[in-house]
Design a protein. Structure first.
Length: 390
């Protein structure tokens, strides 16, 4: 392991790595993480947490470690994600996914292992005061998990003072810590537009109302909405991801169409503005062609905004471990529902380099590097120390 990772001793690291491999081999999609949650809870009980809160946002749960002193102290929360992705794995591993079309291609199996390693450290090296909460959150990939956890009455009673999460980042040196105050990850939302005309026989198109021309114009309009970035504060994107016109039937003049797009922005205000512009574009085109329409917004992620003091805490902890540190100049283009937590509590999401030559996130040949587990756990533990044992 590179010396820059400077890990704190984890006595049962080998067993935790084996747990990561088991989680990788048995992935579950967002909201369906029952076996993953059960496996983790069973493993974590050996560390004798003071409390275990279940049914947080569905399959989510949290374990709580109290400080040794009876006097009250702050509560610091660390989060990992339970869910995998609908991607066919290309890796040939001893622990390749057994569920065809489902795999851990974002590294959530590794993030869970990091949090389990943190639990081991908190058990073997208890902190003096306060509370450390380890949240295992469902459904991050579709943006529903964090919101659901926040709505859970059991979670609301925790009321953490600080919240932290990390995400491994391929392309950065192994163990390098990436921070950024303010916006760390982009806001995004999916838009589904259904256009309704009138079907007819293909031999009598004049008796129907084909939405094909409107669909084509809507796609071109969408593609042009962000062409002039002067209308926005920072990077703003709209990507058409799917379009469909009627059914495959040569004898039918279609009467419906669907256009789907992903809207993304570094600033939440820009995303809100783009949503309004896109909505007006749909209305205008449908009026022009005499169509009815339906809009559906899905998988909405707020911008993940970091708090400066929390970022400073991460950086000081990394420096104390001798870890390489880098401040990002731009937010990540991908989105993270941890933004729901940092919108309510002071906190920070930061990156942890998973290797220069590591395949990128969501690629079919990606696999989380085991050597990152002690690095991430050590950094979380040092953050907890600095907050709870200042």
């Amino acid at each position: 392991m590179p010396p820059t990772l400077a890990p704190i001793a984890i006595p049962d690291l080998k067993a935790i790595v084996a747990l990561r491999h088991h989680l990788h081999q048995h992935p579950e999609l967002s909201g369906l993480e029952e076996a993953t949650s059960h496996t983790l809870q069973k493993f974590l009980r050996q560390y004798k947490p003071h409390d275990m809160l279940q049914d947080l946002g569905g399959t989510g749960f949290a374990v709580v470690f109290e400080g040794q002193e009876t006097s009250a102290g702050p509560t610091v929360l660390f989060r990992a994600e339970l869910d995998a992705l609908p991607i066919i794995e290309q890796n040939e591993l001893a622990y390749t996914s057994i569920h065809k079309g489902v795999s851990h291609k974002c590294g959530h199996d590794g993030h869970m292992a990091i949090l389990v390693a943190l639990a081991s450290m908190l058990h073997h090296q208890p902190l003096a005061k306060g509370r450390a909460v380890l949240l295992f959150q469902p459904a991050e990939e579709n943006g529903a998990g964090a919101r659901a956890v926040l709505q859970s009455p059991a979670f609301q009673k925790l009321n953490p003072d600080l919240v932290f999460a990390l995400h491994n980042i391929p392309g950065l040196p192994m163990g390098q810590v990436l921070t950024k105050p303010h916006t760390f990850a982009a806001a995004s939302v999916g838009l589904k537009v259904n256009l309704f005309g009138k079907e007819s026989h293909a031999a009598e198109p004049e008796n129907g109302l084909n939405p094909g021309q409107a669909m084509s114009e809507l796609i071109q309009t969408f593609n042009g909405l962000v062409r002039d970035q002067q209308n926005f504060q920072d990077l703003t994107l709209l990507t058409v991801v799917h379009a469909r016109l009627g059914e495959v039937a040569f004898g039918t003049n279609p009467g419906f169409a669907t256009v789907m797009a992903t809207l993304r922005a570094f600033e939440q205000e820009d995303l809100n503005n783009l949503k309004s512009i896109a909505t007006e574009s749909v209305k205008s085109i449908c009026v022009k062609y005499g169509l009815k329409f339906e809009l559906e917004w899905v998988e909405e992620f707020p911008a993940t905004r970091n708090h400066t003091e929390a970022v400073n805490t991460v950086e000081q902890a990394a420096q104390s471990l001798g870890m390489e540190l880098q401040r990002s100049q731009q937010p990540m283009r991908w989105s993270e529902d941890f933004g729901h937590l940092t919108n309510r509590y002071s906190g920070a999401l930061f990156g942890l380099g998973s290797g220069i030559d590591q395949p990128q996130l969501h690629h079919a040949d990606y696999d989380f590097p085991d050597e990152l587990i002690p690095a991430g756990a050590s950094l979380f533990y040092r953050i907890a120390e600095s907050v709870l044992n200042p």
